[in-house]
Each structure stands twice: as structure tokens, then as C-alpha cells.
Ligand binder design. Sequence first.
Ligand code: PCP
Length: 398
Amino acid sequence: MRGFHVATDDEIKARRTTDIYFVRTRRVLEAKGKDRVNAVAEVTSGRIPDSRDWGVLCGVEEVARLLEGCPVDVYSMPEGSLFRPEDAHGVRAPVMLIEGAYGEFCEYETPLLGFICQESGVATRAAGVKMAAGRRPVVAFGARRMHPALAPALDRAAYIGGLDGVSTLSGAEAIEGEPMGTMPHALIIVFGDQVEAWRAFDEVMPLDVPRVALVDTYFDEKVEAIKAAEALGGRLAAVRLDTPGSRRGDFASIVREVRWELDLRGYEGVGIFVSGGLDEEAVRVLGEAGAGGFGVGTYVSGAPSVDFALDIVEVEGRPVAKRGKLGGKKQVWRCPGCLVDVVVPSGKPSPSCPRCGGGTEAMLKPLVKGGEIVGELPTPGEIRDRVLEQLGRLGAEP
Ligand code: PCP
């Protein structure tokens, strides 16, 4: 009897989360002796949510694990690669290719797309938030808005996209880091007194836990922020504002006021951390108003998926395609400087960059060969660094 309504690793590997029409397709092909037909399929995106022209590819490691043991070859852009739906000439740019007997990988389409559609959606929104925050830290607070079974995956995607930390224990494990957080209103309400609660937190928590006092439970944020600074002095790292919507009004002005009053009293070293219903624009505006850190939940963990699709483009070496797609196996060549892509048929020479005339690099790299994982699977931290480096150049684009 299933405790929670989630598929296990074994069920996902056993294609129990596939769509029935793939099971029927395989049966028909087997019955007609066509399941061994060699096919090349490509994964492309239609559009990126939030009218962005770029996305962050996430979920590649899980695709490798999904197809491990399946006698196919997979080529993929590395996890954390920025991708665009089309190249510089408007040609759809594949982020992944699968090659083998179609009957072998037919039923993996659903879970494969599930991994990269949702996680790339989350990683892309996280990247947008991180670009808005700049150097100010952003922590993923969104696990409570999603099914808990997804907490490690969504926190990992948020971190890979550029967020600086995650709030759940399983998410922290997934990124090989420590969970981050402050204190909930519940702590203050149980104590019935802010100062008593802040002091108890300071007394009980190990020294490596930053003292971030929540300052919006009962009184005005300015008043509580000053109280917290006076109560904890030099041990107070920051105050958190999670002002309820009914009292939020002009949140930037509230942040500015708290900043002013703290500085006036010599607490320039006390940061201001804000959370609650934040999106990219709010992070940008509140950062300019003096906020030094952010907790972002729903906007990232509930990000819309990227609409990746998997399409067969070659059968037995012959180019094929449904309407709207281009036939034949392809390679995506990227100018490492300009991040501009050019798609050409596989086997053709590498083109020069249409923007700077410089050389280009092949983006679709071997990930799985005959069911064996051959591609590099970097750590989440290494992938995140790669994302931030690319975002830096994206931000610098003319
Ligand atoms: C929670 C947390 C963030 C919210 C949820 C998650 O607030 O502190 O503010 O972020 P989102 O709004 O971006 O989804 P509450 O549950 O109001 O408060 P508490 O911190 O006391 O749990």
C-alpha cells in the first residue's frame, strides 16, 4: 500500500510513470517487428516562460540515471547550460539527442521530459531572481508550496539556477550543503514575547547559525528591529521582514525606514532579510531599498515548466520530421564568447560565430553510450558556478 502518492525510483526506472500511449506504441511496433527500428530523437523547447529568450537546462543527471542500462546513446548539453529555443538563424536548437532502437526508449519519453521540463523551469526562474538580487544572497523557501517528495529536486534546481541556499534538510543534502533558514512566527507566538524568543534562539542555537530575528509579528517592523538590535547587539546578523500582505503597503519604504533607523543607532552591520510573496521585480526593488538578502518560495518552486518536446528526426539514417520540426540529426555549435548558437546537420563542419566570427564549440556531448553513463556529472556547486558565469556574460550582452 503506497504511503504517499509518489512514484519510487524503481517505478520511474520501470517506466511506470509513462503515458499509456507509449506502452501501446511499443506493443504495436513489437507485434509488427518494428521495435528494433533505429531512430534518432531530439529534445527541443517551444518557448521559455516569462517571455525570456533563454533558459537554464536542469535535470540532465537524472536523465542519465533514467537511461542507464538502456541500450541507447544520449547526447546532451551539460547540466546548467543556458539554452535558447532557436539558434541565431531561427532554427530550433536541440538540448538533447537519443539514438537507438525506438522500442528501447519509447516509454522513457514521459519521465525524461518530466525531469527537464519542471527542473529547467525552476532553475530558469531562480536564475532570473539571482540576476535581480546580484550579490545579495537568496534562499529557496519554496518547498512548502510543492509535494514534499519533490523537495530535493526543486531545491537542487533552485540552487543550480543560482540561488545561494535552500531551506530543507533533503534539499541541502541534494546540493551537498547546509540548510539555511531564520525563525518562524510560531517561535515568537509560543514565547508570547519577541525579545524572549530572540534571546532563547541566541542562547540555544550553535554559533554557526546566523542570528536573524523575525521582526514583524506583533508591532511595526521599525520598532521590532530596534528592539532586536538592542536585545542581541553584535550577535544579531540581520532582521527578517515577512510583513503580511494586509500590512505590506509600500514594502520598499518599510525596508528603507528600517535601514535608516538601524543605521541611525549604529547598527549598520545588521542586515535586512525579506521574504513573503517575492518575485524578480520585488527582489530588484527591495534590494535597491536596502534589503541585503531574500527568501523566495512559490515564485521559484512553483515556476512554470519549460515545454520541451521529444521528436523523432531520423529513422534508419533517413531524415524524418513531423510538421513544424526539422529532420535529421543535428549538432548545436556555440560561440563561447557570445553565447550565440548555430545549429547544423550532424557531421557538418563547425560554423564560425555569426556575431564575432570566432570559433564555436559542440554543445551536444556524449552523456550515455550503449546504456553506460559516460558524460561528466559535476556537483551541484560546480554546475551552479557554471550558470553564474554564463549569467554574468548574459547580463553583459550588448
Ligand atoms: C513563510 C516563509 C516565506 C513564505 C512562507 C514562503 O512565511 O517565511 O515568507 O515564501 P513565498 O511567499 O515566496 O512562497 P509564513 O508561513 O507566513 O511565515 P513563517 O515564516 O512564520 O513560517
